[in-house]
Design a protein around this ligand. Structure first.
Ligand code: PMV
Length: 315
């Protein structure tokens, strides 16, 4: 019998991070090359009704009950058990392996939730629908982020490119042409809840500065939707550059990301910008087959810790 398991991809926000928290649209795409995988096995020799969690990348090797109060895993599993109306804690071992770096703008927290929800619900014999997975992952994101927009859990749960506006039905996109991106890691780690909280504070004290920029990001996202579907790389690239300019004005970039963005553009990328929470983590550059090698080398010279190619497939 196959071991019950679940997996979830990373994600890239192409345009619109942060503004999406305030009701503006964002475009996000799955980053399927990096994943979190969860397997769940019965713990025949273990103490009854005890869950053991082994997650090396999160430095967890512990029984669920021994994790500190307010820890993410008990909260996530409680959400699932309540949803399934499970009355007894199962006796099992959960193994989580992550290829997705944490606090790097790639949606690791939503991917972790979705991977564990999938693995555990498969083990319990009640696999979740995509919609249930998405709803539970959003709930878990609220523990993690405070005020998540819902874009991360949506793009990861459905693993499809999405035009996303908070509190509206997601609109899935079908690009007519493949788009190639390079994703480069600045090596700097920054928690998204911190950058989201900083922006919320700035919005409170300087609404006249922040609001017009958030609205302008929303207009860029709106204007990029058709260009993305048609594969108009120049328009998408220009809008990525403009989005980066606005995010930098909102103090969401950092010198390491700025360097990578400039290097990618100078080497021939159509556009380049940070992705996700910002002030560290990853950036992405839109390239084509002619520019990819040059852009990759330029990113490496500019200090990228890792550069990964990913393709958004065309229909
Ligand atoms: O840093 P990540 O991968 O969690 O992405 C955060 C995206 C934000 O727009 C900054 C927050 C959100 O909830 O949409």
């Amino acid at each position: 019998m196959a071991i019950p398991s679940g997996s979830a991809c990373a994600k890239l926000i192409l345009l619109g991070e942060h503004a999406v928290v305030y009701g503006q649209p964002a475009i996000a795409i799955p980053f399927s090359a990096l994943r979190i995988r969860t397997t769940v096995e019965p713990n025949i020799l273990g103490t009854p009704r005890t869950i053991h969690i082994l997650a090396p990348e999160l430095e967890i090797d512990s029984d669920l009950a021994d994790l500190p109060e307010g820890h993410y895993f008990p909260l996530l599993l409680r959400l699932l058990f309540d949803h399934l109306e499970l009355r007894q804690t199962p006796t099992c071992k959960i193994f989580v392996r992550s290829e997705i770096p944490f606090s790097a703008g790639l949606g690791s927290s939503a991917a972790l939730a979705i991977s564990v929800l999938r693995g555990m619900s498969a083990f319990l014999g009640h696999p979740l629908t995509l919609e249930e997975t998405n709803i539970l992952a959003y709930e878990s994101e609220r523990f993690f982020h405070g005020r998540p927009s819902g874009v991360d859990n949506t793009v990861i749960a459905y693993e499809k490119p999405v035009y996303f506006t908070k509190d509206r039905e997601p609109e899935f996109l079908a690009p007519q042409r493949a788009l190639i991106f390079l994703v480069a890691d600045s090596g700097v780690r920054k928690s998204t809840s911190l950058t989201v909280a900083d922006l919320a504070h700035r919005l409170e004290v300087e609404p006249g500065f922040v609001n017009p920029r958030l609205e302008q990001i929303g207009r860029l996202v709106h204007a990029s939707r058709e260009a993305l579907v048609k594969g108009d790389l120049s328009v998408v690239g220009e809008n990525m550059n403009e989005d980066q300019r606005l995010l930098a004005e909102l103090d969401l970039s950092c010198p390491e990301l700025d360097n990578l963005v400039s290097a990618a553009r100078e080497a021939g990328a159509y556009g380049a910008k940070l992705t996700g929470g910002g002030r560290g983590g990853n950036m992405l550059a839109l390239v084509d087959e002619d520019s990819i090698d040059q852009v990759r080398s330029a990113l490496e010279v500019a200090g990228a810790v890792k550069v990964i190619r990913t393709v958004l497939k065309g229909e």
